[in-house]
Design a protein around this ligand. Sequence first.
Ligand code: NAG
Ligand code: NAG
Ligand code: NAG
Length: 335
Amino acid sequence: MWIELLISRNPLRPEPNPRDREIDMRRFLFFLAVGAWAVTQGVAEEDFVTIWPENPVVEFGGSLVLNCSASCENIGLETIFTRVPSGNGSNWKAFRLSNVSDWGPRPLCYASCGSGQKNSPMANIIIYKLPDSITLDQIPKMEVGKPYDLTCQVSGVAPIQNLTVTLLKGTEQLLAKTFENHTAPGVGRVVVKHTIIAQRNDHKKTVTCQTSLDLNPRGPLLKNTSHNMSLESFDFAGTPQLHAGLFLEAGTKMTVTCNTSEVSPAKEAAFDLWFAGKPLTLNTRVTGGVASAQAVVIPSSVGEHELLCNISLGPVTKNVKKMVNVFGASHICNC
Ligand SMILES: *[C@@H]1O[C@H](CO)[C@@H](O)[C@H](O)[C@H]1NC(C)=O
Ligand SMILES: *[C@@H]1O[C@H](CO)[C@@H](O)[C@H](O)[C@H]1NC(C)=O
Ligand SMILES: *[C@@H]1O[C@H](CO)[C@@H](O)[C@H](O)[C@H]1NC(C)=O
């Protein structure tokens, strides 16, 4: 191209004077020198050292093959991992690295090139590890309207930067947490927390904690799930009622009923009835959202006796009492 430049100048100057000719000659020599330098550089540029694959993905403790190719002699691989030669050719050498489980310096390929030191390419390895455990903390029996923490702990996982932890209630996603800003390399542990306000329809819903380790585009998307945890949600806003007579003749039967509305799930309400400190045998039932228990009292001793009804539902227990006056048969005769 520089020759063309010199020649193309000539038509512009039909009669170049000797001085101009001298300048042209100097230019010619200068370009010749530059050209020769460019040619030697061009040859040197053909020297290369490469590593393959450049971005491998390997499971924690697993193995992989790295292949170093070069146009030069004495090809080698520098690494902290255990390695064995795994094939060679005229311009390449492959190595199998095993027990890849450390976040140390990256492996690099080298070779001695006559033209001087070449850049030593490094393999940027992603070491991944599926979680050792995904644990959902136990959730207590819940009362509708009150807050409860759902806590999921994921341990023994890497790389945390590629991890998403998702909390689900049934099919509803409550939270999806990522850790892009996590800096510590290696296997680690994360804890994810989410507060829910207990709802009536949460009862018997399943909570799960899912992890996904997304190694795309270099590797797969790996998912795991915790065990299922069943929610128990109770609503007991009602006030228990006790239906019983206040006076009763000793030795006679009286049917007593204890019930409550505003109770959910009504069929899970547990009743206890006591008369004069003794438990009564009872029948329970649920009709139209009202839970009730019935028992028969046959008092043998006269006096004031306490009738007690206890209702418990999940974490809530309520009770109602009544005093019953038991009188003797002789009392009637005196009337
Ligand atoms: C290593 O790379 C060279 C050059 O790219 C190739 O010819 C050779 O088959 C590769 N060897 C292995 C084991 O991958
Ligand atoms: C190349 O591989 C052969 C076996 O396939 C082995 O005998 C030889 O030592 C290797 N050469 C180098 C330089 O590693
Ligand atoms: C995660 O999933 C993998 C494969 O799907 C399985 O082998 C492993 O046991 C799971 N780990 C946990 C903690 O569930």
